[in-house]
Write a protein that binds this ligand. Sequence first.
Ligand code: TRP
Length: 364
Amino acid sequence: MNVPVTLFDHARDQLRNLCQVAGFADEDEAPATVLRELLGAAGRRPLTAPPVWLSDVADDATPVEFSLAFDASGERAVRILGETIPENPGPAANIEAAKRFLTHMAQRYAVNLDRFRAVEDLFLTERPQGKFALWFSLILRPGRVPALKVYFNPLVRGDQAARGLVAEALRRLGLRDAYDTVERYALCRGAADKFSFFALDLDDGPLSRVKLYVSHDSGDSSTVERAATAVDGVDPLALREFLTLAGGGTGPFAGRPLVSSYSFVEADSGRPGNYSLYLPVRDYVPDDEVARAQALAHLERAGVPAAELDRAIGAMTSRPLSEGVGLVAHLSLRLGRFGSGTTVYLSSEAYGVTPSRARAAAAL
Ligand code: TRP
């Protein structure tokens, strides 16, 4: 009898390929080990079985998404965004499973839970609302131990509570002034601008960050150019060029929203050190062939060879790019003194491929 391919098997092969592209040693077992833990019970299910939980990590409910960060310094990092799904999922059970994963990671790696503990009661409620309660990202670099980041959901107590929740969390983390900065630069368009993630680096270093994400419904280049001026030394024109090349224009982006994020470290007294812009490119292209072309237009300007993007895409899939849309899910541009660069987010497509616009139209 054949042993069925599991979700973990599928994702592990993609991760292994991607790590190879990023220059990891073949014998480095850490990526596969942490992926297995992150996926939890969902990872052990056969790929042919439907997802047990409709994770919002990816469009097809796969609870992981990969990304490859091209740092301006020439370094590469592979990242995994993921949600831990237990055997019998549900809002409360998912939080329990996520905490077990966190405890497990803390036992093995240099994870500092102090800041997590300082705010968890705000975000981890008994009856979480919204699309998730706790997500993780694992940051993998060749020859280094994996680093961990947690994402809380500011909308977990409803949209109305989000701003108060974020303000209180920042206060507890010694970043009281950060809230005003974000409000002034990124929450300028009423209900169209909203907090979407509250993230913490869980390592001990001096650059361990708090990251705040704001989504901009129907935002355009001017929305994010304004948002970026919160960070000293960032040239807003870089964002306009990025959107023009990678997003096909300056907007407005009326599908999935542009997202801004700010990185704060404790010593900063309210001024963020970095700004990042996330472009959900899959909503603004007919298929992945065009998404690739737009990503390349930007990457080549940033000095990244085309072959590297193609190898990363090849690490995920061998399907024709014109058949689907969403393999290249997001592109992001990071600017500031903690380091600049571009990140390409790649879907696992474990459960399904979104047909290209042409295919979807032909099927009508
Ligand atoms: N799938 C969700 C979305 O597209 C969440 C998400 C996954 C996301 N990766 C992301 C959001 C990168 C912003 C940037 O919104």
